[in-house]
Design a protein around this ligand. Structure first.
Ligand code: AMP
Length: 359
């Protein structure tokens, strides 16, 4: 157990809204934060104590960053493996580079979870256009072709409705001919996630599993408690999530996403970090995902993950939706979070609003 006491400086790799909310939680507990990100500024720069602009392969800048902080964590996991290795060599990094390496690669993460006994959609690796033919013969259609790495919010994905060669050519071109995984299309009614925090001594706490609704591949809402279909599968999903966290000797907040399958939960993907589907925990739980992540990596006691209200709904504010801030603030139940982004592009997460219900 290594305690990094309040007053220390936490290094955060990545400077988006997750970094912003982590920095706010860290500040509440008396920590300073130092962000490392390639952009000139970002949502986290308004609230972090220090911001280093550097490329993720700039070894000199990374070394200086690691030397300037007491502990390093991530809000963005798609950093090159060499970056994670360099930071790990410099001292305390949580979660570990292994968790990052697995979560970065859809093939690795599916194989890892399947080996622990979790269920995934049928899948096959695709590294060439020819291999796509073989993968479709194995997995069938409809299917989804996803880049193995660097996909997020439905990006780097192409749906294959028919297995004819024109459709396969189009899908392969669509994802830019990169190494990929072909996944059988899962017919599911509901999606949910599990967010857990694991402390340095191995204690695991789960928040309630939110029911997640996506629109155009982007999370639209997270609701707790979830519906009966999700609640019936949450226990089995928690069991596999706990195994994943233990197998990785994970420290911090870990998120796993699932589909509600006919025979039980089907694992989709995991994120070795705080997650959009956990934003409801800021007001809807006694301790938020951001605060518990800081507590876990710093070796402090974990906080309660109990709900603070009978019901909680988190709605993402995407694109122009955030311009209605005055209407949202007129609602007494609404907790508005804006990320300070200057340009409201379509599909861009500009903020979120959480409503506590049933009080
Ligand atoms: P992902 O980036 O893997 O989270 O995918 C984004 C969204 O696409 C998911 O939240 C689902 O709504 C949908 N999706 C992804 N994979 C599948 C699948 N194998 N079958 C059906 N829908 C999927």
């Amino acid at each position: 157990m290594t305690v990094t006491p309040p007053g220390a400086t936490i290094g955060i790799v990545g400077g988006g809204q997750l970094g912003r909310m982590l920095a706010v939680a860290a500040a509440q507990l008396g920590y300073r934060t130092h962000v490392f990100a390639p952009e000139e500024s970002g949502p986290a720069s308004d609230v972090a104590s220090t911001w280093t602009r550097g490329a993720y392969d700039d070894q000199t800048a990374l070394q200086a960053f690691a030397a300037a902080v007491d502990i390093v964590t991530y809000e963005f996991e798609n950093v090159p493996g060499a970056t994670a290795d360099l930071l790990a060599a410099s001292g305390h990094v949580r979660p570990s580079g292994r968790a990052l390496a697995i979560a970065q690669d859809r093939l690795l993460e599916k194989g890892f979870v399947a080996e622990l006994g979790g269920t995934t959609a049928p899948y096959a690796p695709v590294s060439t256009r020819d291999e796509l033919d073989r993968a479709v013969a194995e997995v069938g259609a409809p299917a989804i072709l996803k880049t193995a790495r660097f996909g997020y919010d439905g990006k780097g994905q192409s749906r294959i409705m028919r297995a004819d060669s024109a459709a396969l050519d189009a899908a392969w071109a669509d994802i830019g001919g990169q190494p990929a995984v072909l996944e059988g299309f899962v017919r599911f009614e509901h999606e949910f996630s599990l967010i857990l925090v694991r402390g340095q001594a191995g204690e695991i706490r789960f928040w309630d599993a939110p029911l997640n609704v996506h629109e155009a591949g982007i999370l639209a809402t997270s609701t707790v408690p979830a519906n009966d279909a999700v609640l019936a599968q949450a226990e089995a999903a928690r069991a596999i999530a706990a195994q994943v966290a233990e197998a990785l000797d994970y420290v911090g907040v870990l998120t796993l996403e699932f589909f509600c399958g006919e025979a039980g939960p089907i694992f989709n993907e995991m994120a070795p970090r705080v997650h959009n589907s956990g934003h409801w925990t800021i007001e809807g739980a006694v301790t938020s995902q951001f605060e518990n992540h800081i507590r876990a990596i710093c070796g402090l006691p974990l906080g309660s993950t109990a709900r603070t209200a009978p019901g909680v709904v988190m709605e993402n504010l995407i694109g122009e939706a955030a311009s209605n801030w005055s209407g949202i603030l007129a609602d007494d139940r609404a907790h508005l979070h804006l990320y300070g982004k200057h340009e409201a592009r379509p599909g861009r997460k500009m903020g979120h609003v959480t409503r506590l219900t049933g009080q």
